[in-house]
Design a protein around this ligand. Sequence first.
Ligand SMILES: Cc1ncc(COP(=O)(O)O)c(C=O)c1O
Length: 413
Amino acid sequence: MKFSDFGKRFHGYSGITHLMDDLAEGLAQPGVIMLGGGNPATIPEVEMVFDRVLGELHDAGGLMETLANYDAPQGKGAFLETLAGFFQEQYGWNITSKNIALTHGSQSAFFILFNSFAGKSGNATRRVLIPLVPEYIGYCDVGIEADILTSQQARIAHRDDGFFKYQVDFENLQVDDSIGLICVSRPTNPSGNVLTDDECSQLDQIARTHDVPLLIDSAYGTPFPNIIFDPVTPFWNDNCIVCMSLSKLGLPGARTGIVIANEDVISYFSNMTAITSLAPAGIGAAIVNQLIIERELLPLCDDLIRPFYKARAELAVALLRASIDDPRLHIHKPQGAMFLWLWFEGLGVTSTELYQRLKRRGLLVVPGKYFFPGQDVDTNRHAESCLRMNYVQSEQELAKGVEILARELRNCW
Ligand SMILES: Cc1ncc(COP(=O)(O)O)c(C=O)c1O
């Protein structure tokens, strides 16, 4: 078979494929402690709510109606109307349903958006600027052309509470006409960092000055799933593209992402959906539409989902501090999402080697180097001294995982 350049580009083994393979391998092996993936936790009270709503939809005929019909390329009309009203009410955002489109998960939205604003443009090549790395592994390989990403490594601020926090290094951030899109996740996967309101405003200013959109990936953000522990102001204006998702609410199988942008971008986006996949999935939209109408969505997030993850984050930090009493362990302040980001200063092996050793002992995590899109990780000491672990597993699993990590570190420092 002869692949085209496009085909060849996606033929290789990417970071995200590696992660998904490990997730599958981890899930398939009994006894392995899976602190590697990004699957949301099983929270029985939350699943009961989804079960109930599915039952109600079934009884009222809405489930069959959703499954038996294509929605419009922009997504289920009733849900778009409900969402527009919801954002107006919650945040006073001046939007209508024409500012919202649904996608097959937000990951597929990044593929469309990155390649729509970056890549070959006439004689020039435009790039996606990631103003703070470490950043989400899922951005690394979505460019149809290679090398469409450029990024700036974060500044490190050590805090009085014993954590460290990444900050955008505005002094060294290089923005010129070759930039086509600026992209951040807030909260950030992998570090649990949450960009401050001031950082968002500055990035917004930079984006406007250069006439490029600012993409804010809010997969873990407000108002849903609201896995964010310190209050910050949600950010949107007509130069922003905010991507949300139903996955971290607990519905990753529904494959539903939500894009909020100006009408031009949304109409373009709907065209792309029609061409690439006809219409987005409708089942997640039907469930969450009902939850919003019945005013159940926010209590679900605020009273069940956020407290669950906050408690798990605190537990994981306590376990790490108790087992690894070493000043060379630095933990990023967990401000949201579902991961702890650990920096082992002066680690004697690479993060990939540490990962392999932990895997042999039955613990799966993700090596730090995958989270530095747009950087040369082979020469990046910081990237090779970090790893990401999730805190979605049970207390017992977390405790076992941390014990394995503590034991192996004794051989690596
Ligand atoms: C920061 C971030 N954005 C987006 C996604 C993709 O979510 P989905 O495609 O399921 O909506 C993830 C998944 O882990 C993520 O961590």
